[in-house]
Design a protein around this ligand. Structure first.
Ligand code: NAD
Length: 498
């Protein structure tokens, strides 16, 4: 097999020859991705079941069909997305062309994580291809069955000169990161995100980092706690809580906590009537290491209000709720990434806002409330990658919303058109004619007071004023100027003043 640098160098040659830049190539690859997902849906579902015991529903809704939807959106809009974007021009440039051209970066690297091993590699691939990049995909080694299937199926459908799957663990990722890429898209933990960013800094390679962190939930008084419990439990049990935007911990007042625990017990009985251990809808923890990490959180917690059943051999742990948690507790130190829900009593919404603001900015934030003031309080006084009111996870299902973190939860975003934007460089283009030199000579020395006055008149921006009455004279004046300029020509007017 060729070395990584040989693979990248041959991809770069193909990229420079312009193969991936055409609309036809991009469309063909997107159609092939769709076909690949369709024709291999059973194989992918089986692999997801093997790695994480994902149910058919979770495999389709969160992985395979989720990716298909993004590919369809890209195919439906690609021509429009690729069009140069005309921009506003001032008087100085009214005869010129000015636009933004979306260009592919070149050879991109996509490093995926294990929890959604199809979605987290295929969604970036869709955007990378739509934007006209060559791509190397490095699926996570922690979901080996899915990584193997991706390595087997993708080359059968895609242009192998431009798109490659490379499997491996930390040594392989480290070796890839030592190479020069034109863009790096990484999904995974915040500590490894720092390693990726450091590697990228060697060549000042632009990055998109989709990281994690603790995503808080605030539950207000006077909510329908049955509905709240259903929604939080759903978010905490999808993929057994192994989701980057899973509700990590809950803050609420003490009396809300006690009722919420009762409602969570009801919700568990509702979701898993024959017991969670018998349910084929409930995933397993991905690895022994992660299982032991999550188990340690429960073993070292004082108030386990709901103790989910555990089967170590099967890496299985049922939904578990820990109450009366304090900021020093083990469950509040790091992202949980498992089916354990700590509840931390707080005085009120302001105390929750302060608590959030004293920590790293979360990837997602959830607020359950009927009160507009509480919504405004969290919306205006906190920061996070996303904010969802009265539900969890659902913001990620809307491809018209950018998905990504802020600060330590990530940089950059994707989904739908945003993935195309992320993998595109927005190049500014100003196209002038080699004419009207007398107008252009205004900016050349020797400088005179007259030249300065004309340049200032042509280029100084005016503050916008509210109200039609104030705006109208400017509009009329501007229109007259534009008509005169068009009719007489800027060149003549300027030479008249010189
Ligand atoms: P992981 O272990 O699968 O690692 C992700 C990738 O990083 C893998 O391809 C792996 O090979 C590579 N990697 C791991 N260690 C490395 C090292 N030392 N040097 C170089 N490369 C290395 O996944 P993970 O990090 O355990 O994923 C879980 C984390 O990812 C959680 O924090 C979660 O919140 C976050 N996550 C974020 C998103 C998002 O979209 N923001 C999605 C999924 C997961």
């Amino acid at each position: 097999m060729a070395s990584y640098s040989e693979i990248i160098s041959s991809m770069r040659t193909v990229f420079r020859a312009g193969k991936t830049k055409t609309y036809q190539w991009r469309k063909q690859q997107l159609n092939s991705i769709l076909r690949c997902l369709d024709e291999n849906r059973d194989q992918l579902s089986e692999a997801l079941n093997k790695d994480l015991r994902k149910s058919k529903m979770e495999s389709l809704v969160f992985e395979i069909d989720y990716c298909k939807n993004d590919a369809v959106e890209a195919l439906n809009n690609l021509e429009e997305w690729m069009k140069p974007e005309k921009v506003k021009k001032g008087l100085m440039n009214m005869m010129d062309k000015a636009y933004i051209k979306r260009e592919p970066f070149g050879v991109s690297l996509v490093i995926g994580a294990w929890n959604y091993p199809v979605q987290l590699t295929i969604l970036p691939l869709i955007g990378a291809v739509a934007a006209g990049n060559c791509v190397i995909i490095k699926p996570s080694e922690i979901s080996p069955a899915t990584a193997t299937v991706l390595e087997q199926i993708l080359p059968k459908y895609l242009d192998n000169d431009c798109i490659k799957v490379i499997n491996g663990g930390v040594p392989e990722t480290t070796a890839l990161l030592a190479e020069r890429f034109d863009f790096i898209f990484y999904t995974g933990s915040t500590p490894v995100g720092k390693i990726v960013m450091q590697a990228a800094s060697k060549y000042l390679t632009p990055v998109c980092l989709e990281l994690g962190g603790k995503s808080p939930v605030y539950v207000d008084r006077n909510c329908d706690l049955s509905a709240v419990a259903n929604r939080i439990l759903w978010g905490k049990t999808c993929n057994s809580g192994q989701i980057c935007i899973a509700p990590d911990y809950v803050m609420c007042q003490k009396e809300v906590q006690d009722e919420l625990v009762t409602k969570l017990k009801d919700a568990i009985a509702l979701f898993y009537p024959d017991g969670v251990e018998k349910s084929s809808d409930y995933c397993r923890i991905v690895s022994e290491r992660h299982f032991q990490r999550i188990k340690k959180l429960v073993d070292n917690s004082k108030n386990v209000a709901i103790r989910g059943p555990v089967d170590e051999k099967d890496k299985f742990m049922g939904p578990t709720v820990v109450t009366d948690v304090t900021p020093d507790d083990i469950t509040m130190q790091e992202e949980i990434f498992g089916p354990v829900l700590p509840i931390m009593p707080v005085r009120d919404a302001n105390a929750a806002v302060d608590f959030i603001n004293n920590r790293e900015k979360p990837l997602a934030m959830y607020v359950f409330t009927n009160n507009k003031e509480t919504v405004d309080n969290f919306t205006n006084n906190t920061s996070s990658g996303s904010l969802c009111i009265n539900d969890v996870l659902m913001q990620a299902g809307l491809s018209s919303l950018p998905f990504g973190g802020v600060g330590s939860s990530g940089t950059g975003n994707y989904h739908g058109k945003f993935t195309f934007e992320t993998f595109s460089h927005r190049r500014s283009v100003l196209q002038k004619e080699l004419k009207m030199e007398s107008v252009n000579s205004l900016r050349y020395p020797p400088f005179t007071e007259k030249k300065l006055n004309i340049i200032s008149w042509l280029s100084t921006k005016k503050l916008k004023r509210a109200g039609l009455g104030t705006f109208l004279p400017y509009f009329v004046f501007g229109t007259i100027i534009a008509v005169v300029l068009k009719a007489v020509g800027l060149e003549k007017i300027v030479s008249y003043f010189k």
